[in-house]
Design a protein around this ligand. Structure first.
Ligand code: NAD
Ligand code: GLY
Length: 364
């Protein structure tokens, strides 16, 4: 089922900007035609990684394109590989009207997007997400970044793509662990649905409760629907606050804990979605301790996270180290850690005055 969805981003100081998100199957059959509809570039630089290149190199050829093939892994989302993209852009003499295409998961999308934002102060950028996580979250909304040894996504920009092309046939080659990690970000939308303020008439929580098998079996209609719902919720938030001055932070439910966990384990122990799932459990525990939510909702939420079987055994990290690491989180303000915490059914708030003792208890 092919769906066309249009995200509008309101940037007060610029004109309203909008772009299409194409969701479905078969986009690679006329990939060149689609891409050229959205960018008038003469040259395309396709940024991908070794794994994805091996699987899909024949599918995404464009007449005038060059590839940048990076090593695979979150640990490579760094200055060195960011520079490789810029070097390739310079070597291939990309000009201001040319285009960088990110073909891969969130790591490639974030890094290629930041390169597109930086090269000549910004050239066209197209997102072709190939993981569930990147289809429901990272390819949409314009956050692009690389990691610094002192923190995840510390160096970056807000830079919107010209189009997002989410061909869900690519999910068939994704291993189960990576599919599950995408569910980490998907669940987040169920828990923030009310706060997103989208004009939608359903409960995403119920959709997830009822469709686990269809989702894990990659039923085309169900997965297209799921991506559409997530993008709609995200668009509603990004429209209100593109550059995260306020409400956009709700998209980071569980992430204050997750980023600290990922950073302390050097990005090689947990996938991002697994860290988010662990972080959401901690956020729910914190909400319960602070009495922001009822025990019945806490139980329901934890049951849904457990239903999707996302959280691996949690290695023994020092709570002091985790707490200190959180001060580097981009949501920290005036030296205080800001947490996105459930404060009602399917809604969340942003709090910086939570009890340190409860934070430590939540990390149990
Ligand atoms: P990823 O990009 O590392 O991809 C996960 C793994 O799947 C990699 O090994 C990759 O090579 C492989 N892969 C990708 N597509 C495949 C396919 N179709 N078939 C087989 N293998 C495939 O990880 P991710 O989970 O997609 O993204 C995580 C990143 O996204 C993190 O860096 C996180 O910070 C970032 N992120 C950004 C935003 C944002 O708003 N910009 C939001 C959420 C997450
Ligand atoms: N993934 C969080 C955001 O886009 O703001």
């Amino acid at each position: 089922m092919n769906q066309l969805f249009n995200l509008k981003v309101n940037i007060p100081e610029k004109k309203e900007y909008s772009y299409d998100i194409l969701i479905g199957e078969g986009f690679f059959q006329n990939f060149e035609e689609i891409v050229k509809k959205y960018s008038s570039a003469n040259k395309f630089l396709i940024v991908t990684n070794e794994t994805i290149y091996k699987l899909y190199k024949d599918k995404i050829q464009l007449g005038s394109s060059k590839f940048v093939i990076l090593p695979d892994g979150e640990e490579y989302k760094n200055f060195e590989n960011f520079k490789k993209i810029l070097d390739a852009a310079i070597e291939n003499r990309l000009e201001r009207k040319d285009c960088i295409i990110a073909f891969g998961g969130g790591v490639i999308g974030d890094m290629a997007g930041y390169a597109a934002a930086s090269y000549m102060r910004g050239i066209d950028f197209i997102q072709v997400p190939t993981t569930l996580l990147s289809m429901v979250d990272s390819s949409v909304g314009g956050k692009v970044a690389i990691n610094h040894e002192h923190g995840k996504n510390l160096i970056g920009a807000f830079y919107q793509p010209k189009v997002v092309i989410a061909d869900i046939s690519t999910l068939k080659t994704l291993d189960k662990r990576q599919l599950k990690t995408g569910i980490g970000e998907v669940l987040k939308y169920a828990f923030i649905e009310k706060s997103c303020g989208a004009d939608l008439n359903y409960r995403f929580f119920d959709f997830l409760k009822n469709n686990k098998d269809k989702i894990y079996n990659l039923d085309v209609d169900t997965v297209s629907n799921l991506i559409n719902i997530c993008c709609s919720l995200k668009a509603a938030v990004v429209n209100k606050d593109e550059t995260e001055k306020g409400i956009r932070a709700i998209l980071n439910l569980g992430h204050t804990f997750a980023h600290a966990i990922e950073n302390l384990t050097n990005y090689v122990v947990y996938t991002h979605g697994e860290a988010v799932a662990i972080g959401m459990k901690m956020a729910f525990k914190l909400a319960l301790l602070e009495k922001y939510i009822e025990k019945s909702y806490y139980d329901e939420a934890l049951e849904l996270i457990d239903l999707y079987d996302l959280v691996p055994a949690f290695s023994d990290l020092s709570k002091d180290d985790l707490y200190n690491e959180m001060f580097l989180d981009k949501k920290a303000q005036n030296g205080k850690v800001r947490f996105v915490i459930p404060n009602g059914s399917f809604e969340v708030g942003i709090f910086s005055d939570v009890s340190k003792q409860y934070v430590f208890e939540a990390m149990n």
